[in-house]
Design a protein around this ligand. Structure first.
Ligand code: B12
Ligand code: SF4
Length: 446
Protein backbone atom coordinates (compact mmCIF):
# COMPACT_ATOMS: atom_id res chain seq x y z
CA UNK A 1 0.00 0.00 0.00
CA UNK A 2 1.30 3.45 -0.94
CA UNK A 3 -0.13 6.92 -0.31
CA UNK A 4 0.81 10.27 -1.84
CA UNK A 5 0.67 13.38 0.34
CA UNK A 6 0.14 16.78 -1.27
CA UNK A 7 0.48 20.35 -0.01
CA UNK A 8 -1.21 22.55 -2.63
CA UNK A 9 0.15 26.06 -3.23
CA UNK A 10 -1.81 29.32 -3.21
CA UNK A 11 -0.67 30.50 -6.64
CA UNK A 12 2.12 32.51 -8.21
CA UNK A 13 2.69 35.20 -10.79
CA UNK A 14 3.79 33.89 -14.20
CA UNK A 15 7.54 33.35 -14.40
CA UNK A 16 8.05 34.18 -10.73
CA UNK A 17 8.92 31.92 -7.83
CA UNK A 18 6.64 31.20 -4.88
CA UNK A 19 6.56 33.88 -2.19
CA UNK A 20 9.64 33.29 -0.03
CA UNK A 21 8.09 34.14 3.35
CA UNK A 22 5.39 31.46 2.83
CA UNK A 23 8.00 28.74 2.36
CA UNK A 24 8.04 27.24 5.82
CA UNK A 25 8.38 23.53 6.42
CA UNK A 26 4.94 21.89 5.97
CA UNK A 27 4.30 20.73 9.53
CA UNK A 28 0.78 19.55 8.65
CA UNK A 29 2.30 16.98 6.27
CA UNK A 30 4.80 15.79 8.92
CA UNK A 31 1.97 15.31 11.42
CA UNK A 32 -0.27 13.47 8.95
CA UNK A 33 2.66 11.23 8.02
CA UNK A 34 3.24 10.39 11.69
CA UNK A 35 -0.37 9.18 11.91
CA UNK A 36 -0.08 6.82 8.93
CA UNK A 37 0.92 3.29 9.99
CA UNK A 38 4.64 2.54 9.42
CA UNK A 39 4.11 -0.31 6.96
CA UNK A 40 2.41 2.02 4.46
CA UNK A 41 4.76 3.49 1.83
CA UNK A 42 4.50 7.23 1.31
CA UNK A 43 5.72 10.07 -0.88
CA UNK A 44 5.17 13.81 -0.72
CA UNK A 45 4.84 16.52 -3.36
CA UNK A 46 5.15 20.14 -2.30
CA UNK A 47 3.26 22.09 -4.94
CA UNK A 48 4.96 25.34 -3.84
CA UNK A 49 8.39 24.24 -5.01
CA UNK A 50 8.12 21.25 -7.35
CA UNK A 51 5.95 19.69 -10.06
CA UNK A 52 3.44 17.04 -9.02
CA UNK A 53 3.73 13.67 -10.74
CA UNK A 54 0.09 12.93 -11.53
CA UNK A 55 1.11 9.58 -13.02
CA UNK A 56 2.76 8.35 -9.86
CA UNK A 57 2.09 4.77 -8.90
CA UNK A 58 -0.03 5.23 -5.76
CA UNK A 59 -3.10 3.78 -4.06
CA UNK A 60 -4.49 7.02 -2.65
CA UNK A 61 -3.80 10.75 -2.63
CA UNK A 62 -4.15 12.77 0.60
CA UNK A 63 -4.47 16.53 0.14
CA UNK A 64 -4.48 19.15 2.89
CA UNK A 65 -6.68 22.14 2.06
CA UNK A 66 -6.74 25.73 3.34
CA UNK A 67 -9.23 28.26 1.99
CA UNK A 68 -6.60 29.97 -0.16
CA UNK A 69 -5.43 26.63 -1.58
CA UNK A 70 -8.90 25.13 -2.20
CA UNK A 71 -9.06 26.05 -5.89
CA UNK A 72 -5.68 24.50 -6.57
CA UNK A 73 -6.46 21.45 -4.40
CA UNK A 74 -9.62 20.75 -6.43
CA UNK A 75 -7.64 20.99 -9.67
CA UNK A 76 -5.01 18.56 -8.37
CA UNK A 77 -7.73 16.17 -7.16
CA UNK A 78 -9.33 16.22 -10.60
CA UNK A 79 -6.03 15.27 -12.28
CA UNK A 80 -5.60 12.24 -10.01
CA UNK A 81 -9.25 11.16 -10.19
CA UNK A 82 -9.10 11.25 -13.99
CA UNK A 83 -6.33 8.68 -13.64
CA UNK A 84 -8.50 6.50 -11.41
CA UNK A 85 -6.83 7.39 -8.09
CA UNK A 86 -8.79 7.80 -4.86
CA UNK A 87 -8.47 11.26 -3.33
CA UNK A 88 -9.00 12.15 0.34
CA UNK A 89 -9.06 15.74 1.59
CA UNK A 90 -8.74 17.26 5.05
CA UNK A 91 -7.68 20.44 6.83
CA UNK A 92 -9.18 23.84 7.69
CA UNK A 93 -11.14 24.46 4.54
CA UNK A 94 -12.56 20.94 4.42
CA UNK A 95 -13.74 21.28 8.02
CA UNK A 96 -15.29 24.71 7.38
CA UNK A 97 -16.81 23.76 4.00
CA UNK A 98 -17.31 19.97 4.04
CA UNK A 99 -20.09 19.86 1.42
CA UNK A 100 -18.06 21.82 -1.11
CA UNK A 101 -14.90 19.73 -0.59
CA UNK A 102 -16.85 16.47 -0.79
CA UNK A 103 -17.79 17.29 -4.40
CA UNK A 104 -14.12 17.19 -5.40
CA UNK A 105 -12.85 14.00 -3.77
CA UNK A 106 -13.75 10.48 -2.71
CA UNK A 107 -13.61 11.07 1.05
CA UNK A 108 -13.18 13.95 3.46
CA UNK A 109 -11.66 14.04 6.94
CA UNK A 110 -13.35 16.66 9.08
CA UNK A 111 -11.40 18.30 11.96
CA UNK A 112 -8.34 16.61 13.55
CA UNK A 113 -7.64 13.02 12.57
CA UNK A 114 -7.42 11.26 15.94
CA UNK A 115 -7.90 7.50 15.39
CA UNK A 116 -9.59 8.14 12.05
CA UNK A 117 -6.32 7.95 10.12
CA UNK A 118 -5.86 4.28 11.04
CA UNK A 119 -9.44 3.61 10.06
CA UNK A 120 -9.02 5.46 6.77
CA UNK A 121 -5.96 3.38 5.83
CA UNK A 122 -7.79 0.14 6.72
CA UNK A 123 -10.75 1.20 4.60
CA UNK A 124 -8.46 2.05 1.69
CA UNK A 125 -6.87 -1.39 1.96
CA UNK A 126 -10.27 -3.12 2.13
CA UNK A 127 -11.78 -1.02 -0.64
CA UNK A 128 -14.47 0.20 1.73
CA UNK A 129 -13.78 3.92 1.79
CA UNK A 130 -16.46 6.00 3.54
CA UNK A 131 -17.37 9.40 2.18
CA UNK A 132 -16.74 11.22 5.49
CA UNK A 133 -14.52 10.63 8.52
CA UNK A 134 -15.70 12.89 11.31
CA UNK A 135 -12.93 13.81 13.73
CA UNK A 136 -12.89 16.19 16.69
CA UNK A 137 -10.43 18.64 18.23
CA UNK A 138 -7.68 16.53 19.76
CA UNK A 139 -3.93 16.03 19.92
CA UNK A 140 -3.34 12.97 17.81
CA UNK A 141 0.45 12.35 17.69
CA UNK A 142 3.61 12.16 19.76
CA UNK A 143 6.24 13.23 17.24
CA UNK A 144 5.87 14.72 13.75
CA UNK A 145 7.54 12.70 10.97
CA UNK A 146 9.84 15.16 9.17
CA UNK A 147 11.52 12.39 7.17
CA UNK A 148 8.64 12.67 4.70
CA UNK A 149 10.12 15.92 3.36
CA UNK A 150 13.79 15.13 3.62
CA UNK A 151 14.07 15.59 -0.18
CA UNK A 152 12.59 19.11 -0.11
CA UNK A 153 13.97 20.28 3.27
CA UNK A 154 16.68 22.60 2.00
CA UNK A 155 14.18 24.72 0.06
CA UNK A 156 12.39 25.78 3.26
CA UNK A 157 13.19 28.74 5.49
CA UNK A 158 15.68 27.75 8.21
CA UNK A 159 13.10 27.61 11.00
CA UNK A 160 11.83 24.51 12.80
CA UNK A 161 8.07 24.43 13.35
CA UNK A 162 7.03 22.50 16.44
CA UNK A 163 3.41 22.40 17.55
CA UNK A 164 2.71 23.05 21.23
CA UNK A 165 -1.07 23.56 21.30
CA UNK A 166 -4.22 23.87 19.20
CA UNK A 167 -7.10 26.31 19.47
CA UNK A 168 -7.86 29.33 21.64
CA UNK A 169 -10.46 30.22 24.29
CA UNK A 170 -11.46 33.43 22.53
CA UNK A 171 -14.06 33.75 19.86
CA UNK A 172 -13.08 36.48 17.44
CA UNK A 173 -15.71 36.60 14.74
CA UNK A 174 -13.39 36.50 11.71
CA UNK A 175 -11.17 33.67 12.96
CA UNK A 176 -11.15 30.17 11.46
CA UNK A 177 -9.44 28.80 14.58
CA UNK A 178 -12.30 29.82 16.87
CA UNK A 179 -14.72 27.92 14.65
CA UNK A 180 -12.46 24.88 14.07
CA UNK A 181 -11.67 24.38 17.76
CA UNK A 182 -15.05 25.55 19.14
CA UNK A 183 -13.23 28.19 21.18
CA UNK A 184 -11.38 25.48 23.09
CA UNK A 185 -7.67 24.90 23.66
CA UNK A 186 -5.69 21.66 23.89
CA UNK A 187 -1.95 21.22 24.28
CA UNK A 188 0.65 18.55 23.73
CA UNK A 189 2.60 16.82 26.43
CA UNK A 190 5.61 18.93 27.49
CA UNK A 191 8.06 16.02 27.19
CA UNK A 192 6.81 15.17 23.67
CA UNK A 193 7.39 18.78 22.62
CA UNK A 194 10.88 18.89 24.10
CA UNK A 195 11.89 15.56 22.56
CA UNK A 196 10.67 16.74 19.16
CA UNK A 197 12.55 20.02 19.52
CA UNK A 198 15.78 18.16 20.27
CA UNK A 199 15.48 16.26 16.99
CA UNK A 200 14.91 19.32 14.76
CA UNK A 201 17.47 20.52 12.24
CA UNK A 202 17.26 24.29 12.71
CA UNK A 203 17.86 25.79 16.10
CA UNK A 204 15.48 28.70 15.53
CA UNK A 205 12.00 27.52 16.49
CA UNK A 206 8.48 28.66 15.68
CA UNK A 207 6.27 27.13 18.37
CA UNK A 208 2.99 26.58 16.54
CA UNK A 209 0.18 27.52 18.90
CA UNK A 210 -2.82 29.78 18.47
CA UNK A 211 -2.51 31.13 21.98
CA UNK A 212 0.20 29.51 24.11
CA UNK A 213 -0.86 31.33 27.29
CA UNK A 214 -4.34 29.74 27.24
CA UNK A 215 -3.14 27.22 29.84
CA UNK A 216 -0.81 29.15 32.10
CA UNK A 217 0.50 26.17 34.08
CA UNK A 218 1.37 24.33 30.89
CA UNK A 219 3.06 27.40 29.39
CA UNK A 220 5.24 27.95 32.46
CA UNK A 221 6.24 24.29 32.68
CA UNK A 222 7.08 24.28 28.98
CA UNK A 223 9.23 27.42 29.20
CA UNK A 224 11.18 25.93 32.13
CA UNK A 225 11.94 22.81 30.08
CA UNK A 226 12.81 24.77 26.92
CA UNK A 227 15.29 26.85 28.91
CA UNK A 228 17.47 23.75 29.24
CA UNK A 229 17.80 23.52 25.44
CA UNK A 230 19.55 26.91 25.02
CA UNK A 231 17.69 27.82 21.87
CA UNK A 232 15.91 30.81 20.29
CA UNK A 233 12.18 30.70 19.69
CA UNK A 234 9.10 32.66 18.74
CA UNK A 235 5.35 32.01 19.00
CA UNK A 236 1.91 33.58 18.82
CA UNK A 237 0.44 35.02 22.04
CA UNK A 238 -2.37 37.25 23.24
CA UNK A 239 -1.51 40.52 24.96
CA UNK A 240 -2.73 39.34 28.40
CA UNK A 241 0.60 37.53 28.87
CA UNK A 242 2.15 40.95 29.60
CA UNK A 243 0.18 41.09 32.86
CA UNK A 244 2.27 38.23 34.18
CA UNK A 245 5.83 39.38 34.96
CA UNK A 246 6.99 35.95 36.06
CA UNK A 247 5.91 34.30 32.79
CA UNK A 248 7.47 37.06 30.71
CA UNK A 249 10.74 36.55 32.53
CA UNK A 250 10.55 32.79 32.01
CA UNK A 251 9.83 33.26 28.32
CA UNK A 252 12.84 35.46 27.82
CA UNK A 253 15.13 33.22 29.86
CA UNK A 254 14.06 30.21 27.79
CA UNK A 255 15.08 31.93 24.55
CA UNK A 256 11.92 33.71 23.36
CA UNK A 257 13.05 36.69 21.27
CA UNK A 258 9.87 37.58 19.43
CA UNK A 259 6.11 37.07 19.74
CA UNK A 260 3.37 37.49 17.20
CA UNK A 261 0.40 39.42 18.59
CA UNK A 262 -2.87 39.88 16.69
CA UNK A 263 -3.86 43.43 17.74
CA UNK A 264 -6.23 43.51 14.76
CA UNK A 265 -7.34 47.10 15.39
CA UNK A 266 -6.67 50.01 17.71
CA UNK A 267 -10.24 51.23 17.32
CA UNK A 268 -12.53 50.09 20.14
CA UNK A 269 -15.65 50.06 17.91
CA UNK A 270 -13.92 47.69 15.52
CA UNK A 271 -12.73 45.48 18.38
CA UNK A 272 -16.33 45.28 19.57
CA UNK A 273 -17.55 44.35 16.10
CA UNK A 274 -15.08 41.45 15.90
CA UNK A 275 -15.78 40.30 19.50
CA UNK A 276 -12.25 41.14 20.63
CA UNK A 277 -13.01 44.03 22.94
CA UNK A 278 -11.56 41.98 25.80
CA UNK A 279 -8.15 43.21 24.65
CA UNK A 280 -9.27 46.77 25.42
CA UNK A 281 -10.35 45.64 28.91
CA UNK A 282 -6.87 44.32 29.70
CA UNK A 283 -5.73 47.82 30.53
CA UNK A 284 -3.45 50.31 28.91
CA UNK A 285 -2.32 48.74 25.66
CA UNK A 286 0.81 50.88 25.44
CA UNK A 287 1.87 49.86 28.93
CA UNK A 288 1.53 46.15 28.17
CA UNK A 289 3.52 46.48 24.96
CA UNK A 290 6.27 48.31 26.84
CA UNK A 291 6.39 45.52 29.41
CA UNK A 292 7.01 42.97 26.66
CA UNK A 293 9.68 45.15 25.11
CA UNK A 294 11.30 45.80 28.49
CA UNK A 295 11.47 42.05 29.01
CA UNK A 296 13.66 42.01 25.89
CA UNK A 297 11.07 40.42 23.59
CA UNK A 298 10.29 41.95 20.20
CA UNK A 299 6.81 42.06 18.68
CA UNK A 300 5.45 41.06 15.28
CA UNK A 301 2.26 43.12 15.34
CA UNK A 302 -0.62 42.03 13.15
CA UNK A 303 -3.49 44.36 12.19
CA UNK A 304 -6.59 43.83 10.10
CA UNK A 305 -8.44 46.61 8.24
CA UNK A 306 -11.89 46.76 6.71
CA UNK A 307 -14.06 46.77 9.82
CA UNK A 308 -17.06 49.10 9.88
CA UNK A 309 -15.29 52.08 11.48
CA UNK A 310 -12.16 51.92 9.31
CA UNK A 311 -11.18 54.88 7.13
CA UNK A 312 -7.77 56.18 6.03
CA UNK A 313 -7.53 57.76 9.49
CA UNK A 314 -7.34 54.22 10.99
CA UNK A 315 -4.30 53.49 8.83
CA UNK A 316 -2.63 56.78 9.80
CA UNK A 317 -3.18 56.11 13.51
CA UNK A 318 -2.04 52.48 13.22
CA UNK A 319 1.14 53.50 11.41
CA UNK A 320 1.85 56.08 14.15
CA UNK A 321 1.16 53.43 16.78
CA UNK A 322 3.47 50.93 15.01
CA UNK A 323 6.27 53.47 14.72
CA UNK A 324 5.83 54.67 18.28
CA UNK A 325 6.39 51.14 19.52
CA UNK A 326 9.08 50.40 16.94
CA UNK A 327 7.67 46.97 16.18
CA UNK A 328 10.12 44.39 14.85
CA UNK A 329 7.76 43.75 11.96
CA UNK A 330 4.05 44.27 11.15
CA UNK A 331 1.26 42.84 9.01
CA UNK A 332 -1.46 45.19 7.72
CA UNK A 333 -3.92 42.71 6.20
CA UNK A 334 -7.40 43.38 4.91
CA UNK A 335 -10.34 41.61 6.53
CA UNK A 336 -11.23 38.31 4.90
CA UNK A 337 -14.56 36.58 5.23
CA UNK A 338 -13.44 33.00 5.79
CA UNK A 339 -16.25 30.50 5.25
CA UNK A 340 -17.93 29.16 8.37
CA UNK A 341 -17.07 32.19 10.50
CA UNK A 342 -19.62 34.63 12.02
CA UNK A 343 -18.01 37.39 9.90
CA UNK A 344 -18.84 35.45 6.76
CA UNK A 345 -22.42 34.92 7.89
CA UNK A 346 -22.88 38.58 8.84
CA UNK A 347 -21.62 39.80 5.45
CA UNK A 348 -23.78 37.25 3.69
CA UNK A 349 -26.90 38.27 5.67
CA UNK A 350 -26.22 41.95 5.00
CA UNK A 351 -25.70 41.29 1.27
CA UNK A 352 -22.13 42.60 1.52
CA UNK A 353 -20.27 39.66 -0.02
CA UNK A 354 -19.03 40.65 -3.48
CA UNK A 355 -18.66 36.99 -4.33
CA UNK A 356 -19.99 34.13 -2.19
CA UNK A 357 -17.13 31.74 -2.87
CA UNK A 358 -14.34 34.20 -3.49
CA UNK A 359 -11.73 31.45 -3.00
CA UNK A 360 -13.01 29.67 -6.13
CA UNK A 361 -13.81 32.75 -8.19
CA UNK A 362 -12.24 32.94 -11.65
CA UNK A 363 -9.50 35.59 -11.67
CA UNK A 364 -9.44 36.08 -7.87
CA UNK A 365 -6.07 37.40 -6.72
CA UNK A 366 -4.38 37.68 -3.32
CA UNK A 367 -5.27 41.05 -1.80
CA UNK A 368 -8.64 41.40 -3.55
CA UNK A 369 -11.37 42.56 -1.17
CA UNK A 370 -14.31 40.18 -1.35
CA UNK A 371 -16.86 42.21 0.65
CA UNK A 372 -18.24 45.75 0.64
CA UNK A 373 -16.58 47.78 3.43
CA UNK A 374 -18.70 50.50 5.14
CA UNK A 375 -16.73 53.75 4.97
CA UNK A 376 -14.28 53.16 2.09
CA UNK A 377 -14.66 51.28 -1.17
CA UNK A 378 -13.16 47.83 -1.68
CA UNK A 379 -10.58 49.31 -4.08
CA UNK A 380 -9.64 52.04 -1.59
CA UNK A 381 -9.18 49.46 1.16
CA UNK A 382 -6.85 47.39 -1.02
CA UNK A 383 -4.84 50.49 -1.99
CA UNK A 384 -4.62 51.71 1.62
CA UNK A 385 -3.25 48.37 2.85
CA UNK A 386 -0.51 48.60 0.21
CA UNK A 387 0.21 52.30 0.87
CA UNK A 388 0.69 51.97 4.62
CA UNK A 389 2.62 48.69 4.44
CA UNK A 390 4.96 50.42 1.98
CA UNK A 391 5.39 53.30 4.45
CA UNK A 392 6.21 50.96 7.33
CA UNK A 393 8.75 49.00 5.28
CA UNK A 394 10.50 52.03 3.76
CA UNK A 395 14.27 51.77 4.13
CA UNK A 396 14.32 54.83 6.43
CA UNK A 397 11.84 53.16 8.79
CA UNK A 398 13.73 49.84 8.62
CA UNK A 399 16.96 51.63 9.51
CA UNK A 400 15.43 53.52 12.43
CA UNK A 401 13.79 50.40 13.87
CA UNK A 402 17.02 48.48 13.29
CA UNK A 403 18.77 50.78 15.77
CA UNK A 404 16.00 50.15 18.33
CA UNK A 405 16.27 46.42 17.70
CA UNK A 406 19.99 46.58 18.45
CA UNK A 407 19.30 48.48 21.69
CA UNK A 408 16.70 45.88 22.70
CA UNK A 409 18.89 42.88 22.05
CA UNK A 410 22.58 42.53 21.36
CA UNK A 411 22.08 39.00 20.03
CA UNK A 412 23.69 39.06 16.57
CA UNK A 413 21.37 36.35 15.34
CA UNK A 414 18.25 38.40 16.10
CA UNK A 415 19.69 41.55 14.57
CA UNK A 416 20.53 39.59 11.43
CA UNK A 417 16.98 38.16 11.38
CA UNK A 418 15.61 41.69 11.80
CA UNK A 419 17.35 42.95 8.65
CA UNK A 420 16.60 39.81 6.67
CA UNK A 421 12.87 39.82 7.46
CA UNK A 422 12.36 43.56 7.03
CA UNK A 423 14.18 43.69 3.69
CA UNK A 424 12.28 40.60 2.52
CA UNK A 425 8.96 42.22 3.53
CA UNK A 426 10.01 45.50 1.88
CA UNK A 427 10.12 43.72 -1.49
CA UNK A 428 7.17 41.42 -0.77
CA UNK A 429 4.67 44.28 -0.30
CA UNK A 430 4.21 44.44 -4.07
CA UNK A 431 5.08 40.82 -4.79
CA UNK A 432 2.12 39.62 -2.69
CA UNK A 433 -0.48 41.86 -4.27
CA UNK A 434 -2.18 40.34 -7.28
CA UNK A 435 -0.93 36.77 -6.89
CA UNK A 436 -3.52 34.85 -8.93
CA UNK A 437 -5.07 32.26 -6.62
CA UNK A 438 -4.73 28.72 -8.01
CA UNK A 439 -2.85 29.84 -11.13
CA UNK A 440 0.51 29.29 -12.87
CA UNK A 441 1.38 26.30 -10.74
CA UNK A 442 1.96 23.91 -13.62
CA UNK A 443 4.92 26.07 -14.71
CA UNK A 444 8.30 24.51 -14.15
CA UNK A 445 9.74 27.63 -12.51
CA UNK A 446 8.67 27.16 -8.91
C1 B12 B 1 2.40 27.87 10.60
C2 B12 B 1 1.30 28.60 9.88
C3 B12 B 1 1.65 29.35 8.76
C4 B12 B 1 3.08 29.41 8.23
C5 B12 B 1 3.40 28.22 7.33
C6 B12 B 1 2.22 27.61 6.63
C7 B12 B 1 2.54 26.38 5.78
N1 B12 B 1 1.51 25.82 5.18
O1 B12 B 1 3.63 25.98 5.63
C8 B12 B 1 3.09 30.78 7.51
C9 B12 B 1 3.49 31.83 8.53
C10 B12 B 1 3.97 30.92 6.28
C11 B12 B 1 1.59 30.93 7.20
C12 B12 B 1 1.11 31.71 6.19
C13 B12 B 1 -0.23 31.84 5.93
N2 B12 B 1 -1.26 31.42 6.70
CO1 B12 B 1 -1.05 30.28 8.15
N3 B12 B 1 -1.01 29.19 9.76
C14 B12 B 1 -0.04 28.55 10.33
C15 B12 B 1 -0.57 27.87 11.61
C16 B12 B 1 -0.23 28.75 12.80
C17 B12 B 1 -0.06 26.47 11.85
C18 B12 B 1 -0.27 25.43 10.71
C19 B12 B 1 0.16 24.07 11.19
O2 B12 B 1 1.23 23.61 10.88
N4 B12 B 1 -0.69 23.43 12.04
C20 B12 B 1 -0.41 22.14 12.65
C21 B12 B 1 -1.09 21.02 11.89
C22 B12 B 1 -0.65 19.69 12.44
O3 B12 B 1 -2.49 21.16 12.06
P1 B12 B 1 -3.52 21.14 10.85
O4 B12 B 1 -2.95 21.82 9.66
O5 B12 B 1 -4.81 21.61 11.35
O6 B12 B 1 -3.64 19.57 10.47
C23 B12 B 1 -4.41 18.63 11.23
C24 B12 B 1 -5.86 18.46 10.75
O7 B12 B 1 -6.41 19.63 10.22
C25 B12 B 1 -5.83 17.31 9.80
N5 B12 B 1 -5.56 17.51 8.39
C26 B12 B 1 -5.05 18.59 7.77
N6 B12 B 1 -4.95 18.35 6.45
C27 B12 B 1 -5.36 17.09 6.23
C28 B12 B 1 -5.43 16.35 5.05
C29 B12 B 1 -5.90 15.03 5.10
C30 B12 B 1 -5.99 14.24 3.83
C31 B12 B 1 -6.28 14.47 6.32
C32 B12 B 1 -6.76 13.09 6.37
C33 B12 B 1 -6.21 15.24 7.52
C34 B12 B 1 -5.74 16.53 7.45
O8 B12 B 1 -4.81 16.50 10.30
C35 B12 B 1 -3.82 17.25 11.01
C36 B12 B 1 -3.51 16.51 12.28
O9 B12 B 1 -4.63 16.47 13.12
C37 B12 B 1 -2.11 27.85 11.30
C38 B12 B 1 -2.99 27.84 12.54
C39 B12 B 1 -3.02 26.47 13.17
N7 B12 B 1 -3.02 26.40 14.46
O10 B12 B 1 -3.02 25.42 12.52
C40 B12 B 1 -2.29 29.07 10.40
C41 B12 B 1 -3.37 29.04 9.33
C42 B12 B 1 -3.36 27.69 8.65
N8 B12 B 1 -2.91 30.10 8.32
C43 B12 B 1 -3.85 30.73 7.84
C44 B12 B 1 -3.68 31.78 6.87
C45 B12 B 1 -4.92 32.58 6.48
C46 B12 B 1 -2.41 32.05 6.31
C47 B12 B 1 -2.09 33.09 5.21
C48 B12 B 1 -3.09 33.19 4.09
C49 B12 B 1 -1.86 34.44 5.93
C50 B12 B 1 -1.57 35.63 5.00
N9 B12 B 1 -2.51 36.56 4.95
O11 B12 B 1 -0.53 35.70 4.38
C51 B12 B 1 -0.72 32.57 4.71
C52 B12 B 1 -0.87 31.52 3.58
C53 B12 B 1 0.40 30.70 3.34
C54 B12 B 1 0.27 29.42 2.53
N10 B12 B 1 -0.76 28.60 2.71
O12 B12 B 1 1.16 29.16 1.74
C55 B12 B 1 -5.21 30.31 8.37
C56 B12 B 1 -5.99 29.46 7.36
C57 B12 B 1 -7.49 29.68 7.47
C58 B12 B 1 -8.26 28.94 6.44
N11 B12 B 1 -9.57 29.00 6.57
O13 B12 B 1 -7.74 28.38 5.51
C59 B12 B 1 -4.79 29.57 9.70
C60 B12 B 1 -5.72 28.45 10.16
C61 B12 B 1 -4.66 30.67 10.81
C62 B12 B 1 -5.94 31.31 11.28
N12 B12 B 1 -5.85 32.00 12.40
O14 B12 B 1 -7.01 31.26 10.74
N13 B12 B 1 0.83 30.17 8.04
S1 SF4 C 1 -7.42 35.48 19.92
FE1 SF4 C 1 -6.48 34.98 17.89
S2 SF4 C 1 -6.62 32.73 17.65
FE2 SF4 C 1 -8.01 33.35 19.35
S3 SF4 C 1 -10.02 33.55 18.37
FE3 SF4 C 1 -9.07 35.60 18.38
S4 SF4 C 1 -7.97 35.78 16.41
FE4 SF4 C 1 -8.47 33.59 16.71
Amino acid sequence: MKVTLILPAIGKKPGEKYLKSWLMEPLTIAVISSLIPKEVDREFFDDRIEPINYDTDTDAVLITVETYTAKRAYYIAEQFRKRGKRVIMGGYHVTLCPDEAAQHCDAIMVNNCGDNMKLLIEDLENNSLKSCYQGKPCIDYKKADRSVYKRQQKKYLPVSLVETGRGCFHNCEFCSIAKYYNSGYIHRDVQDIVEEMKSCKHKLYFLVDDSIFSDKEFARELFKEIKKLHITWTTQITLDIARDDETLRLMKESGCEMVLIGFESINSGNLKQMNKEWTARLGERDELIEKIHKAGISIYASFVFGFDEDTEESFIRTLEFSKKHQFFVIAYNHLLAFPGTPTYKAFQDEGRLICDKWWLQEGYTFGTISFVPKLVTAEELRALCRKYKTKFFKFGSIFQRGITCFKRTKKLYINFAYWYINILFHFEVDQRIGIPVGENLEELIK
